[in-house]
Design a protein around this ligand. Structure first.
Ligand code: PBG
Ligand code: ZN
Length: 307
């Protein structure tokens, strides 16, 4: 009589690829998660595929930052190199390329940053350049995460013009200006001064979050995403009633840290809590779950009972 189930088909593992690291570098606030050196990415992807994982979401840790984030669309830049290495390592693995500029800009904002503001429309061209480079390098899905207005239709047009008519867009469509991204920012080396409140969503606005996601659907998104996950199950559930597109839930770095540290302190049983959170995403209506627990889950299995 169990209503929901999940399998590795539903789960995406985010990876941080560091172009200058020699060894795996532990991320202090995400025990068990490492920056993967680009030179070891091939082995990493192969071993994830052997574990049964089906999809990874790639983030670059750049050593070539500038004001605009131009390395991200250079044909021999980090996005191009990490995507093509990943795709060649295990062709059956779905390679999702995060598409944003904050990991490649010196100021850490998700777009062109001038006079204390992000230039929404100017940023679109640079995102499109990056998306086309990622698709040219073999990315199976492009995942724009900058929350610039109009990014989905702009990227759709650019991808189509470059011949990538069959490359889907997974939009970070309802992305909140959350305090749960802290560990990610140190992991990706993209701390910033100020905040992202002019482009990310106010955590107190549920209706606006639906509007943002539905606007991305109208612009041609193929998959919608709600991020973070657990504190925003209401948004997932309401969105489920308003769209027939697949919905992804992103269990973000701070959610991972909360569960890991609580279990390390002996306060909770990690595996059971992880399964319970995955179940919550499914109950709310998510089809895909992006989680830093993906590798652990592949190792300890999903089939043990929830209680
Ligand atoms: C940047 C980006 C962020 C995350 C994914 N893409 C951070 C941010 O918006 O500041 C957060 C992921 C996480 O915390 O796990 N575009
Ligand atoms: Zn960003």
């Amino acid at each position: 009589m169990r209503e929901n189930s999940f399998s590795l088909n539903d789960i995406v593992f985010p990876l941080f690829v560091d172009e200058k690291a020699e060894q795996h570098i532990p991320i202090p606030h995400m025990p068990g998660i490492y920056r993967i050196p680009l030179r070891l990415l091939q082995n990493e992807i192969k071993s994830l595929a052997n574990l049964g994982l089906k999809a990874v979401l790639l983030f670059g840790v750049s050593n070539h930052k500038d004001e605009l984030g131009s390395d991200s669309w250079s044909s021999d830049g980090l996005v191009a190199r990490m995507v093509s290495v990943a795709k060649d390592s295990a062709p059956e693995m779905l390679i999702i390329a995060d598409c944003c500029l904050c990991e490649y800009t010196t100021h850490g904002h998700c777009g062109i940053f001038q006079k204390g503001e992000v230039d929404n429309d100017g940023t679109l061209l640079n995102l499109a350049r990056q998306a086309v480079v990622a698709a040219n390098s073999g990315a199976d899905i492009i995942a724009p995460s900058s929350m610039m207005d109009g990014q989905v239709s702009y990227l759709r047009r650019a991808l189509d013009q470059a011949g990538h008519t069959a490359t889907p867009i997974m939009s970070y469509s309802s992305k909140f200006a959350s305090s749960l991204y802290g560990p990610f920012r140190s992991a990706a080396g993209c701390g910033l001064s100020g905040d992202r409140l002019t482009y990310q969503m106010d955590p107190l606005n549920g209706r606006e979050a639906l509007r943002e996601s539905l606007a991305d659907e109208a612009e041609g998104a193929d998959i919608l995403m709600v991020k973070p996950g657990l504190p925003y199950l209401d948004v997932i559930a309401k969105l489920r009633e308003r769209t027939d597109l697949p919905i992804a839930a992103y269990q973000v770095s701070g959610e991972y840290a909360m569960i890991k540290f609580a279990s390390m302190a002996g306060a909770i049983d990690e595996h059971r809590v992880v399964r319970e959170t995955l179940g919550a995403f499914k109950r709310a209506g998510a089809d895909l779950i992006i989680s830093y627990f993906a590798k652990d889950i592949a190792q300890y299995g999903l089939n043990a009972p929830l209680s």
